[in-house]
Ligand binder design. Structure first.
Ligand SMILES: Nc1ncnc2c1ncn2[C@@H]1O[C@H](COP(=O)(O)OP(=O)(O)OP(=O)(O)O)[C@@H](O)[C@H]1O
Length: 269
């Protein structure tokens, strides 16, 4: 496999005056034990845009994504350095309440993972844990979250059936609804459509496009067409670094870095 330089980097400049940054990362390094998996990555993410993280297997996309709401905390031996700024707060600061932070920066995983509970309870579980018990409020939350996740029409007559009884694509949209119910600002998604068939994938993509009016979405995907279809920005990861970060249309038509060009044109490795 061809080796590319880790010093040949292009990162787009954002203009904070016109491009509001929802979450900003500076000099992120992630270690698993002694091994450094992410080497000094600094990327800003613009509000109400979809940003795709692409790159070969093992390039560090998921590790980087997980660091954005401290999911790496759950992995023994992992350590993150650098700053992840959300609303002027470094989410890695000692006094940050991780559960509170994850209300603002939510996550949807690769495999749909509904709780073994009803559709209604899947969505209201976290809000209730955070103290919301008013039935009218919870009912409304269930309806709006399911509508935003494009699932309401299919399940509205049976909200008390098990989430596990839904199809894979519906389960993933339930997981999106569950994440949305916490009204996060930022939604992190780790290959949310990779376990789905093409029709469900297309529905989930439509859902994401509809959601970006209200959410900042950062999505890991192996699917180049998907990145090109839905994202505004794309970051190309290689060897634990973001080698190129730019508007998606530029990444896919005239990338500045050879490794990106080879990757998006299928000549990589
Ligand atoms: N829990 C872990 N413990 C130790 N090393 C890990 C762990 N998770 C990931 N790594 C290593 O970190 C590096 C980046 O992995 P990561 O899963 O972030 O890459 P990726 O680009 O998301 O890959 P994929 O597309 O296959 O999911 C790899 O070398 C991987 O082996």
């Amino acid at each position: 496999m061809q080796n590319y330089s880790l010093d040949d980097i292009y990162i787009r400049d954002f203009d904070p005056a016109t491009e509001e940054i929802a979450i900003d990362t500076k000099n992120i390094r992630v270690f698993y034990g002694d091994k450094e998996a992410i080497h000094d990555v600094s990327l800003p993410f613009e509000r109400y845009k979809i940003t795709a993280l692409i790159g070969a297997s093992g390039s560090g996309k998921s590790t980087f994504l997980r660091s954005l709401n401290r999911m790496n905390d759950n992995i023994e031996g992992s350590r993150v350095t650098g700053q992840i700024m959300y609303r002027d707060i470094d989410i890695n600061a000692k006094n940050v309440d991780v559960y509170e932070m994850r209300k603002h920066i939510g996550m949807v995983f690769q495999r749909p993972n509904p709780f073994a509970k009803s559709i209604y309870d899947n969505i209201t579980f976290a809000p209730r844990r955070f103290g919301e018990h008013r039935k009218a409020v919870l009912d409304e939350l269930v309806e709006t979250s399911l509508k935003q996740a494009a699932l309401w029409d299919q399940v509205k007559d049976d909200l008390h059936q098990s989430g596990l009884a839904l199809s894979g694509g519906q389960q993933q949209r339930l997981c999106i609804a569950r994440a949305i119910a916490m009204k996060p600002d930022v939604l992190l998604m780790d290959e949310p459509a990779s376990a789905l068939d093409p029709i469900s994938t297309s529905t989930v993509e439509d859902t994401l496009l509809a959601l970006k009016d209200q959410y900042t979405i950062i999505i890991v995907t192996h699917n180049m067409q998907q990145a090109a279809r839905i994202s505004d920005y794309t970051a190309f990861f290689y060897g634990g670094k973001a080698l190129e970060y730019d508007e998606t249309r530029k990444i896919f038509t005239r990338p500045k870095i050879k490794a990106t060009d080879d990757y998006v044109s299928g000549h990589f490795g």
